[in-house]
Write a protein that binds this ligand. Structure first.
Ligand SMILES: O=C(O)CCC(=O)C(=O)O
Length: 342
């Protein structure tokens, strides 16, 4: 329970949130004078990576995203997807949070799996949230070593997995950046990975993004600052989408379409402008796993229980917190994940 004073503080913050990223907590690589070669001399990579780290960091700085080609074993992706199917086919056994958006990108229908049917979950505009709570294979994919190695460098910090989304079809989500929604203590300490479960087909409603938008586009004020609040924002997600599309056009930023293959990973910046294209072929799936990460200092607790010491799962020098709302569901799908050795 919150005291009246704590509650007043929370409401005040929601009404009068920040209008910009705090320059003092920006990741080093987002600062103007960031010197990547110098940083790597001081923090050399330990162990082999299947990509050229310096090249990828330079690309990230310029573009706000990178694609790491063919880094994930198909075996691990298949084990994860088998766990997704287990939940879709047997929703009554699971408390996995599933969100079905009806119109206008209003995330207003989040319910545990057992309240949905298989048919509903296989519809459009469905997001299966945080399956990594139940699935060990999803945890291993979330914290895959070559993804974490890259994130550790951009944040110069231990990495925490924050939230995950599993998609069967394209999201068709309007243009946005992630920091107004996926919030930790430091909004600039956020990045996401997009892991295809199958090669992305052009008619499936691929992800699109504007390269370079992460540092060029101005922050949007939802009426209560840069964080979106259902309750306190006077502007809507569609106002935000319009603002971003117009700015990207004015800045001459080119809209790019993500057509990557199973085994590849896209990693993007908290402020990279992106969205889901319209699905041209309603039968064309776009199975994917989207993971959001933060730094340990920005997210020391599970986001549903700030201030409470979380139970931790650790892998590859990174952490996931057990969801304190559903501890009985933790790792109930673990056999497939256990069979994967890396
Ligand atoms: O995969 C998609 O289409 C959208 C994912 C996304 O935009 C997000 O999670 O922020």
């Amino acid at each position: 329970m919150f005291s009246v004073k704590e509650l007043a503080k929370k409401v005040y913050f929601r009404l009068n949130g920040p209008k910009e990223f705090d320059p003092s907590t920006l990741p080093w690589i987002d600062r103007e004078n960031a010197d990547i070669a110098d940083f790597l001399k001081i923090h050399p990579q330990k162990g082999h990576l299947p990509y050229n780290l310096e090249e990828k960091l330079n690309f990230w700085k310029e573009n706000g995203y990178v694609v790491l080609e063919q880094i994930i074993p198909h075996e691990l992706i298949d084990l994860y997807w088998a766990d997704v199917l287990e939940i879709i086919n047997n929703p009554s056994k699971f408390k996995t949070y599933i969100q079905i958006d009806r119109e206008e990108f209003k995330p207003n229908l989040m319910r545990p799996a057992y309240e949905w049917t298989t048919e509903q979950i296989l519809g459009k505009m469905v997001k299966i949230n945080d399956i990594h709570n139940q699935s060990l294979a999803a945890k291993k994919l979330f914290l895959f070593k070559d993804i974490i190695a890259f994130l550790e460098k951009i944040f110069d910090s231990r990495i925490v997995g924050m939230q995950s989304l599993s998609f069967f079809y394209g999201s068709q989500q309007p243009t946005h950046a992630d920091y107004p929604w996926v919030t930790a203590r430091i909004p600039s300490n956020l990045a996401a990975s997009w892991i295809p479960v199958e090669d992305v087909h052009i008619n499936s409603g691929p992800l699109y993004y504007y390269a370079g938008s992460h540092l060029k586009v101005k922050k949007f004020n939802f009426g209560n600052g840069i964080y979106y609040s259902n309750q306190y924002s006077t502007k809507t997600p569609l106002d935000y989408a319009k603002f971003l599309d117009n700015q990207c056009e004015d800045l001459g930023l080119k809209k790019q379409t993500l057509l990557i293959k199973k085994g590849d990973v896209l990693i993007w910046h908290s402020a990279l402008v992106h969205g889901g294209s319209i699905i041209n072929d309603p039968n064309q799936t776009r199975k994917s796993f989207v993971c959001h990460y933060s730094s340990e200092q920005a997210l020391p607790y599970h986001r549903a229980a700030m201030g409470v010491e979380p139970k931790k799962f650790q892998l590859n020098n990174a952490t996931l917190y057990e969801d304190p709302r559903i501890p009985e569901q933790e790792n109930i799908l673990k056999e497939r994940g256990e069979s994967f050795k890396d």
